[in-house]
Design a binder for this molecule. Structure first.
Ligand code: PEP
Ligand code: MN
Length: 297
């Protein structure tokens, strides 16, 4: 490992990957139902930004499952920049998510914004999402330590990787080592995209931490046409999965319609990813063989 990183991140002992002479620590594989995040499979999480109605979510769940997603996303509690924007359906949304899980077998990820909601949301969700605006909500992070569910921790939009890992350490220290890190783009001077996808964050996080790392191309790019190319980039740099926004009619979505794919676009994106996933898999299998033959000579 880069000696600079070793010094910078080793203080987060519960989430940092031991480097150098001390040897590697096994990677964390987060298990949700029969899905493994951070294992050998690339995991795709897909669904609407917000749960809007039963038909919207069920239709989306069926469509994304058919195209190869294994986890359904959908916000029931939405952090919005305007008090007049749709705030989510709350408990009603959680019940709809549960129905979608029963109908499709997909696992569920949904956002939790307050420590007061942790217990309730944990009854419905398979994975608890911490949004970019909550990455430094320490009361929430501590409450998630005892929630009994894996945590999907999104990088704060102005957070360094050190700060992201500090938040992960807080969740782990509070008793929950089941954490998935998510790069979702950061604020920079660039305005053509909603955020700047820090693609280097993926290999850096995988080098310095043993936690799985996924990418959110939807909130990074902020426009539909960027979702597929950014997803490809995520595969190529070694991400463990994606979280993608999909809506039956993006132009009518109550939130984040501009960056949501419709069902056909999501299917095309999944097809488009396949050769890159095959290449990644092949290169992973090839590497140990090279080492083995090197040793035999
Ligand atoms: C979301 O996933 O819909 C969301 C609000 O994401 P972020 O917290 O990354 O903005
Ligand atoms: Mn969104």
């Amino acid at each position: 490992m880069n000696p600079k990183w070793n010094g910078q991140f080793s203080c987060f002992d519960l989430v940092a990957r031991a480097g150098g002479k001390t040897g590697d620590r096994t990677r964390t594989v987060v298990k949700v139902r029969d899905i493994e995040i951070g294992g050998s499979e690339f995991v795709v999480i897909a669904g609407p930004c917000a749960v809007e109605s039963e038909s919207q979510l069920l239709e989306t769940a069926e469509a994304v499952a058919e195209s190869g997603a294994s986890i359904l996303r959908g916000g029931a509690y939405k952090p919005r920049s305007s008090p007049y924007a749709f705030q989510g359906l709350g408990v009603e949304g959680l019940k709809i998510l549960r129905k979608a899980r029963e109908a499709t077998g997909l696992a569920i990820v949904t956002e939790v914004m307050s420590e007061d909601d942790v217990e309730l949301i944990a009854e419905y969700a398979d994975i608890m999402q911490v949004g970019t605006r909550s990455m430094e909500n320490y009361a929430l992070l501590e409450a998630l330590g005892g929630c009994g569910r894996p945590v999907l921790l999104k990088r704060g939009m102005t957070a360094t990787l050190e700060e992201l890992l500090r938040s992960a350490q807080i969740v782990a220290a509070a008793g929950n080592p089941q954490i998935i890190l998510c790069e979702r783009g950061i604020r920079t001077f660039e305005t053509a995209t909603r955020n700047t996808l820090d693609i280097a964050a993926v290999p850096v996080l995988k080098a310095v931490s043993h936690l799985p790392v996924i990418v959110d191309p939807s909130h990074a790019g902020g426009v539909r046409s960027l979702v597929s190319p950014l997803s490809r980039a995520a595969v190529v740099v070694g991400a463990d999965g994606l979280i993608v926004e999909v809506h039956p009619a993006p132009e009518q979505a109550l939130s984040d319609g501009n960056q949501s794919l419709d069902f056909a676009e999501f299917r095309d994106m999944m097809d488009d990813l396949q050769p890159y996933l095959d290449l990644q898999r092949a290169s992973r299998q090839f590497r140990p063989q090279l080492l083995a033959s090197g040793g035999a000579d």
